[in-house]
Design a protein around this ligand. Structure first.
Ligand SMILES: [Cu+2]
Length: 140
């Protein structure tokens, strides 16, 4: 019964934004034991006729999550924090190695391949969308 209730809550919680922002190919990078920082990548597609503004993300498995953009500045790879991510109507944005990514900081516990990480995307209006991302090994 507890399980059923949890399932129902999970579905009702995410149903609002589910069809509006489609998240595909999301994953979290596995890290060696002791490393407290990881990254999450995903493709985001805005299915609505209006702009969607993401203002952040959070996860119980990390102290904080920030949106970063990797950029090549005079031959030097740097990461810049972004306050928000604006996705235009029908636009798809790819968070991928070498570009946009969620920087996951302060890992609690460990990230092992085939684990799952629950992450909530937070929109500018305060609503949230829950994701379950697989943990994958990745070589740059
Ligand atoms: Cu970063």
């Amino acid at each position: 019964m507890k399980y059923l209730l949890g399932l129902f809550l999970a579905f009702s919680f995410s149903s609002f934004s589910y069809a509006e922002l489609t998240v595909t190919q999301g994953y979290v990078r596995a890290v060696p034991p002791g490393q407290k920082v990881s990254v999450a990548y995903m493709n985001l597609t805005n299915n609505t006729a209006r702009e969607i503004v993401l203002s952040g993300a959070r996860s119980a498995q990390f102290m904080s999550i920030n949106l970063h953009r990797t950029a090549n500045v005079d031959g030097l790879m740097t990461m810049r924090a972004m306050d928000e991510l604006r996705i235009q109507p029908k636009q798809s944005i790819s968070l991928a190695p070498g570009g946009l990514h969620w920087m996951l900081m302060g890992l609690k516990g460990e990230l092992t391949v085939s684990d799952q990480v629950a992450i909530s995307l937070i929109f500018s209006d305060g609503s949230q969308q829950q994701l379950q991302l697989n943990v994958k090994a990745l070589v740059d």
